[in-house]
Structures are given as structure tokens and as C-alpha cells.
Design a protein around this ligand. Structure first.
Ligand code: PMP
Length: 435
């Protein structure tokens, strides 16, 4: 009998006992190959000696100091590093303890920005269907999953959801990817106008979608067109890179590959690599300046923000990624991984689409390839694949079934950046067997 409140109240998961590199071992001695890095978290795998050493050194020196009294050297160094490598114009880093907290802080920072500059009538967010931004009330409100929102719907901040960029399902016959991207930007424009352009705070989007639809990569030009629409209406662009950021797609920020600069960007997961809960919001100078010249105070904050050991872990993860050339590795091995997946599964009758970048791949499972017809939700095919993969000693991250507007079943692969080509082959083999 367990006293831990597991989310699935009728089952208890296996007990994770220890982990090293690409593998986690449970208390019964079973070993699992980590093909999802948890949920795109473990960027450097498990037990990386450099990260552990940095955390040990920090905890021996200073484990905690409340930010209402102090800043710390390690938080300052992490923020310097993040600003140095951030999208252009990012002035400050607001440190938090995870992805939902990062999104929550970004939403509030965007709202307070408009209050400070004398546009308090802006109260509405536009976001996308098939998106995930976290489970706190603000993040939930912008998330695109109506099933997750349903019990809390009467309590959420106002948000409208437009179509995501989902070419496999929604690009029309005869439409080029570029035309499809422009059509989506026109739909965003219409949604902003329908809401009243001067009432909208921001458009919120994952640069590359993750948790809800097995990786959704944007078509070329989509984000440039989105940026132009936002600029035309004075609406901020918030990119959520909690899952796709910090090198996951082969560049530190996925937005670099879209040549788009957001007003606010959220990061977490891979930032701490699983060693510590840590996230951040990076904000354009104009936003920080407005708050600083206005009230001079951001009306938001958490007890553990900028935790020294979390900062030490994040700094060490960044240092290792740079020192070991892991972004270039992820780009090169990511192409090879995509080729392996396509070769092994591309003709499979129940694999509809294989898409991704770097070490971030999604597989869409369908009942019928030709018509793209999804499996009946009640079959819970994604959950069955996860269960079968577990039995084979493979950890992959499934999604689908319950979400409003989500077409069917997906499997997300997000292995640690240290994965060898042999590991990627083994992941492909095991997942193929499960499917
Ligand atoms: N944004 C995105 C894009 C995510 O994928 C997630 C987590 N899956 C979150 C926000 C929320 O992060 P957390 O679970 O750390 O609160």
C-alpha cells in the first residue's frame, strides 16, 4: 500500500532505484533504456559526474538563501550564461523551479508589462490547440487540451485557441508548406481581430510542439508570419521552449531554426537535465525596462526561485553541452536517428507519420495509413505501446486519446544527448517491436 498520491489512483508504477547514463534500474533489478529522457528532461543522461560534482560543491558552500535577502554568485553566473546564448535582445532571466512556473511567470510578466505601459485593457491570451504549457491555472488556460481544462474551465484566465501547425493532418491538398503557414498566420490575425486587437496580451506557442501530439515541427515561414501578425497588433509573442529548448532540437533554442525572436521565452526540463527542478523566463529588454521604469517590482515570485544547487546543476549542464559539442552531435545523430526510424517504421501499416528534429521525434500511429484514420480513442493504443515497451525495457513517452481535437495516438522520443548510434538503433528496434 502506498501513501504517495499517484496520479493514476488505481495503479502504482515500478520503483525506480538507480540510474546511470542511458539506463534506469528499478527495485526489482530490471533495466530500462531511457528513450524519452523522462519527458525530454535528461539531456546528459543519468549520473553525469560533472553535474554531480558541481552540485556537491555548491551544496557544501551554500544550499539556500532567500531571494528577498540575497542574490547568489551561481545564479548570477547562470543568468549571464543564459543571456549570452539567448535569442537576440533578451535582457534578463527570471529563474523558477519548473516548466509550469516558467509559463505562469511569463503570462504574468506579459500582463504586467501592459499594465505598466498604460494598456490595462489587455486581458486575453491567444494560444493553440494540441499544445501543452503546464498544469497551473494560467498555464492550463493557454494549454490546448480541453479535457485537461474541463474540470477547471470556470476558473481560468481568458484564452482563445487557434489551429496548431500540423501539416500531416491539416495542410490542404495543393497547398505548399509556405502557403499553409501563411494561412495559419491569417487565422491568428482573424482570432486577434475577433477578440479586439487592443484586448490581447500575447500569442503563446511551443516553437516545436511536444507533449500532446508527438512533436509538431513548424513549416518554413510560419513563425515569421506569426511574428508579423503579433507586431501589427502590438501583441507579444511568448514561445514556450520548456520541452523543445536547451538543445533538444539541435540548437540551444528551437526558435533559432525559425529565425524568429520572441518577446518572452520559457525554458525548463533540459535546463536542469533532471538533476534539479529549474526553469527560467527570458524577457526582452523592453519588457524588463517597462517594469523597472514603472512600478519597479514584478508582482510574482516563489520561495525556491534561483535555488543555488539548481543553478549549479543548470550551469554545469550548459558547460558540458558546450565543452562536449553536444549541439552538433544532436544535429548529426538526430538526422541519423530520423533515418533509422523511417527505415524501420516508415512502411509500417500503423505508422502514419514520423517527424522531428535533433533528438526530438514523434511517431503518429493510425488505424489506416491511406486515410490517416486514427485508432478509436477507447483502444488507448499509445498507452499499450508504452506498456509493451516497458516490458521490453524501453522508456518512451506516449500521448493521445483523451485530448479534444488531438488526432489519435503518438509516441515521443527524446533520448539524452549522450546516446550513441548503437543506443539509437536499439531504441528503434525495441519501439518497432512494440508497435
Ligand atoms: N510547457 C511545455 C511545452 C511542456 O512540455 C511542459 C511539460 N510537459 C510544461 C510547459 C510544464 O512543465 P512542468 O511539468 O515542469 O511544470
Amino acid at each position: 500500500m502506498t501513501h504517495v498520491f499517484h496520479r493514476h489512483l488505481h495503479s502504482t508504477p515500478p520503483v525506480a532505484a538507480c540510474a546511470s547514463g542511458m539506463r534506469i534500474q528499478d527495485a526489482a533489478g530490471r533495466s530500462y533504456l531511457d528513450a524519452s529522457g523522462g519527458a525530454a528532461v535528461s539531456a546528459l543522461g543519468h549520473g553525469h559526474p560533472d553535474v554531480l560534482a558541481a552540485m556537491h560543491a555548491q551544496i557544501d558552500r551554500l544550499a539556500y538563501a532567500h531571494t528577498s535577502f540575497f542574490t547568489t554568485e551561481v545564479a548570477e553566473r547562470l543568468a549571464d550564461e543564459l543571456v549570452r546564448t539567448a535569442p537576440a535582445g533578451m535582457g534578463h532571466v527570471y529563474l523558477v523551479s519548473g516548466g509550469s512556473e516558467a509559463v505562469e511567470a511569463a503570462l504574468k510578466m506579459a500582463r504586467q508589462y501592459f499594465v505598466e505601459i498604460g494598456q490595462p485593457q489587455r486581458t486575453h491570451f491567444i494560444a493553440r490547440r494540441q499544445s501543452y504549457h503546464g498544469n497551473t491555472l494560467g498555464a492550463l488556460a493557454v494549454g490546448g487540451n480541453a479535457w485537461r481544462r474541463a474540470p477547471f474551465a470556470p476558473m481560468l484566465v481568458p484564452a482563445t485557441h487557434v489551429a496548431p501547425c500540423y501539416p500531416y493532418r491539416e495542410q490542404r491538398a495543393g497547398e505548399t508548406p509556405e502557403q499553409y503557414g501563411l494561412r495559419l498566420a491569417d487565422e491568428l490575425d482573424a482570432a486577434i481581430v475577433a477578440q479586439g486587437a487592443d484586448r490581447v496580451i500575447a500569442f503563446v506557442a511551443e516553437t516545436v510542439g511536444g507533449a500532446t501530439a508527438g512533436v509538431l515541427t513548424p513549416v518554413p515561414g510560419y513563425f515569421n508570419a506569426v511574428r508579423a501578425v503579433c507586431d501589427r497588433h502590438g501583441v507579444l509573442l511568448i514561445l514556450d521552449e520548456v520541452m523543445c529548448g536547451m538543445g533538444r532540437t539541435g540548437t540551444l533554442y528551437a526558435s533559432e531554426q525559425e529565425d524568429v525572436v520572441p518577446d518572452l521565452v520559457t525554458i525548463a526540463k533540459g535546463l536542469g537535465g533532471g538533476y534539479q527542478p529549474v526553469g527560467a523566463v527570458l524577457a526582452q529588454k523592453k519588457i524588463v525596462d517597462a517594469l523597472s521604469q514603472g512600478s519597479g517590482f514584478f508582482q510574482h515570485g516563489h520561495t525556491y526561485l534561483g535555488h543555488p544547487v539548481a543553478c549549479a546543476a543548470a550551469l554545469a549542464v550548459q558547460t558540458v553541452i558546450r565543452r562536449d559539442g553536444l549541439l552538433a552531435k544532436v544535429r548529426a545523430d538526430g538526422l541519423a536517428f530520423g533515418a533509422m526510424l523511417r527505415q524501420a517504421l516508415g512502411e509500417h501499416p500503423h505508422v502514419g507519420d514520423i517527424r522531428g528534429r535533433g533528438f526530438f521525434w514523434g511517431i503518429e500511429l493510425v488505424a489506416d495509413r491511406g486515410s490517416k484514420r486514427p485508432f478509436a480513442a477507447a483502444l488507448k493504443v499509445h498507452a499499450a505501446v508504452k506498456q509493451d515497451a516497458l516490458a521490453r525495457g524501453l522508456l518512451c513517452y506516449p500521448s493521445g486519446g483523451t485530448a479534444d481535437g488531438v488526432h489519435g495516438d503518438h509516441v515521443l522520443l527524446a533520448p539524452p544527448f549522450i546516446a550513441s548510434r548503437a543506443d539509437l538503433q536499439e531504441i528503434t528496434r525495441l519501439l518497432g517491436a512494440s508497435i
